[in-house]
Each structure stands twice: as structure tokens, then as C-alpha cells.
Design a protein around this ligand. Structure first.
Ligand code: HEC
Length: 125
């Protein structure tokens, strides 16, 4: 009888560990930097200095005058806000949803910058 419990324990434990592993594969956790200006670690993420360079390096080969959103310098902000970006709500922003879903495999640190910029208010700063 004891043996049956032992076996059950091993099987259930194995299933549990497997499901955790599965979760990790399913959704990558994207860290976020502080969004509250009163936070001592707050650093403002800037559209011009931090976000536009990501688009210029990784997106404008496809997203230019011929494909929405146009992410070229001088066009990107008005193409994104408000159509693709809901200020202060990255999880509701089609831009972030698309990228977090794996579009073009953007690196996690870049996703963190975009998420934080949106949640800090998506300013044209
Ligand atoms: C190799 C070409 C290519 C590159 C590079 C690329 N995209 Fe895209 N993107 C597409 C295509 C094609 C679509 C439309 C099909 C789809 O939705 O996946 C698209 C769709 C999108 C959409 C949804 C548009 C809509 O109207 O629903 C967003 C937002 C987007 N891309 C953002 C980006 C960003 C930000 C980058 C840079 C990190 C990027 N893309 C890089 C080809 C590209």
C-alpha cells in the first residue's frame, strides 16, 4: 500500500514540474522598470533616445511608408499613439501585444523598454 502512495507522489510531482516548465515555455516574463516617478529607482524612458532606435534598428526595413505602422523617425510616434499604444497600459496596447507574442523575436531587454515607456505614459519625450 505504501508503495502505491510513493508511486503516486512521484507521478504527481512529475506532472507538477512539467506544467511549470510548460508555463515558462508558453509565456516569457517581461520585466518592467519602475513606472511611479516617486520610486527611488525611477528612470524616465524616452521615446527619442530609447524607443525610436529599436524601431530604426529592427523594424523600418518592413515598417515604412508601405506598411503600417510606419516606424521611421518622425513618423513612428503619431503612427503608434493612440492607434497601437494605449498610454499607461502596455497589456492593452496592440504594439506590445504583438511584440510580446514573438513578432520578430525582439530581445527581452528591448521589450522591457517598450513596456516601461508605455506604462510611464507613452510620452513623446
Ligand atoms: C521582416 C519584416 C518585418 C519586420 C522587420 C518587422 N515587422 Fe512588424 N509586421 C510585418 C508584417 C508582414 C506584418 C503584418 C502581418 C502580421 O500581423 O504579422 C507586421 C505587423 C506588425 C504589427 C501589427 C500591425 C497591425 O496593423 O495589426 C505591428 C504593431 C508590428 N508589426 C510592429 C513591428 C515592430 C515594432 C517591429 C520591430 C521590432 C517590426 N514590426 C518588425 C513585418 C515585419
Amino acid at each position: 500500500m505504501k508503495k502505491i502512495f510513493q508511486i503516486l507522489l512521484i507521478v504527481c510531482g512529475g506532472l507538477l514540474m512539467n506544467s511549470c516548465y510548460y508555463d515558462e515555455l508558453q509565456e516569457k516574463i517581461i520585466p518592467e522598470l519602475p513606472v511611479d516617478p516617486d520610486d527611488p529607482d525611477y528612470v524616465e524612458i524616452k521615446f527619442g533616445a530609447d524607443i525610436q532606435p529599436i524601431f530604426t534598428n529592427s523594424c523600418i526595413g518592413c515598417h515604412n511608408a508601405s506598411r503600417n505602422p510606419d516606424l521611421r523617425t518622425g513618423f513612428a510616434y503619431s503612427a503608434l499613439v493612440p492607434q497601437y499604444v494605449t498610454a499607461s497600459n502596455a497589456d492593452a496596447s496592440p504594439l506590445y501585444i504583438k511584440l510580446a507574442g514573438g513578432h520578430q523575436n525582439l530581445a527581452t531587454d528591448k521589450l522591457t523598454l517598450i513596456k516601461t515607456w508605455i506604462n510611464q505614459g507613452a510620452k513623446n519625450n
